[in-house]
Design a protein around this ligand. Structure first.
Ligand code: NAD
Ligand code: DAU
Length: 328
């Protein structure tokens, strides 16, 4: 199969591309705008073609889609805190970008997979969201992702286009940009920097290792029924504070580094996904959180080449703006 993978230079996209090329022998063209989160280094050990461009740029999409059998769209602005501070790019990429890609795929009769998120359902105190749960997004990030999903569904409903949507829970693992909870806490712990916990730290996330989410998307690409949504959730959930305490144990950091900071506006309390539908396609998560977190800490310890340029670059300014203090 020849796949167009949009956003393939990011965290999940690059892990997916590696699986498809090494595990399935697919040919992959990556189309990526290379925002702060997109890095060619993420794909340095994987054979692929690369087109530098945005999904909202019809010319770049036309060049990249040439000869493709299917499109998998990971391209997105992905950090909730940034969507609260500066929502503009979220609207452009998730609404206009999804539209331009859908048009290009529709003209060519291609199968299309939209990578989406559990955040479109909003927060749930008890139980788990199914694919039929109502959509109640809370942040500009999740609202624009929801808009993208609805547009995708309209292309199946209206034009009969072959689309599938894959909604994942919180991913963690190698190559995740350190603005997100787990890599931020690991790197801060390794450097003796303070560990900023939002609010009371009792918000719960449903953690999935990136290799499991990438495999779930592969299953949906191959076996998902056109027009359907598939939740792909992880096997374990944990409150944030417990995750931070576990990272302190694994890194040997000082527990006194924990600092409770102002909560995220509109913060969702808990996410949880029911994933029976994708399991019925033959997918099963392989990595339990305890084991995956240990491997992830080891990966960040051993791959300073990957994160040093981030920690010494524009990330410092972002960090200062977001947390009101400099990295140590
Ligand atoms: P990421 O921020 O690491 O990577 C996003 C990639 O998209 C980057 O390479 C970036 O350069 C590229 N990109 C951004 N805007 C673009 C545009 N307009 N045109 C082309 N490329 C563009 O994100 P990630 O964590 O790998 O997330 C990938 C996808 O998975 C997103 O759609 C996200 O909503 C979804 N998702 C993420 C998680 C998670 O926990 N990280 C969970 C569920 C779903
Ligand atoms: O649920 C899937 C979503 O998971 C994806 O769609 C998003 O792209 C991805 O960013 C992630 O969103 P979250 O907001 O859940 O992830 P984040 O890593 O930003 O935060 C996880 C939890 O940790 C959340 O409750 C906020 C909290 N947190 C986060 C940071 C960065 C802190 O307490 N302190 C922090 O410094």
């Amino acid at each position: 199969m020849r796949l167009l993978v949009c956003g393939g230079a990011g965290f999940i996209g690059s892990n997916f591309v590696r699986q498809r090329v090494s595990g399935h022998g697919d040919e992959v063209v990556v189309l990526d705008k290379l925002t702060y989160a997109g890095r060619r280094e993420n794909l340095r050990d994987v054979e692929h073609e690369f087109v530098h461009g945005a999904i909202e740029d019809a010319g770049a999409v036309a060049r990249a889609i040439e000869g493709a059998d299917a499109v998998v769209n990971f391209a997105a602005e992905t950090h909730v805190d940034r969507s609260i501070a500066e929502p503009d790019a979220f609207v452009m990429t998730h609404a206009m970008g999804t539209f331009v890609l859908l048009e290009a795929a529709r003209e060519r009769g291609l199968r299309y997979v939209q990578v989406s998120t559990d955040e479109v359902y909003g927060s749930i105190e008890e139980g788990s969201f199914t694919e039929d749960s109502p959509l109640r997004p809370s942040s500009p990030y999740s609202a624009t992702k929801t808009g993208g999903d609805l547009l995708v569904q309209s292309y199946t409903h209206t034009y009969g286009m072959e689309t599938v949507i894959c909604r994942g829970s919180n991913n963690y693992g190698p190559n995740q940009y350190p603005e997100k909870l787990i890599p931020l806490m690991i790197l801060n712990a390794l450097h003796g920097d303070r560990l900023p916990v939002y609010g009371d730290g009792q918000q719960v996330r449903n953690w999935i290792h990136v290799s499991d989410f990438a495999a779930g998307i592969g299953h949906v690409l191959a076996h998902g029924k056109a027009g359907e949504v598939y939740n792909v959730g992880g096997p374990d959930e944990a409150p944030n504070l417990e995750v931070v305490e576990r990272i302190i144990e694994l890194t040997g950091a000082d527990p006194g580094l924990i600092e409770y900071v102002e909560d995220r506006p509109g913060h969702d309390r808990r996410y949880s996904l029911a994933s029976e539908k994708v399991r019925a396609l033959g997918w099963e998560a392989q990595v339990r959180f305890a084991e995956g977190l240990e491997q992830t800490v080891a990966w960040y310890r051993e791959n300073a080449w990957w994160w040093e340029p981030i920690r010494s670059g524009a990330y410092r300014e972002y960090y200062e703006r977001q947390y009101g203090r400099a990295l140590g």
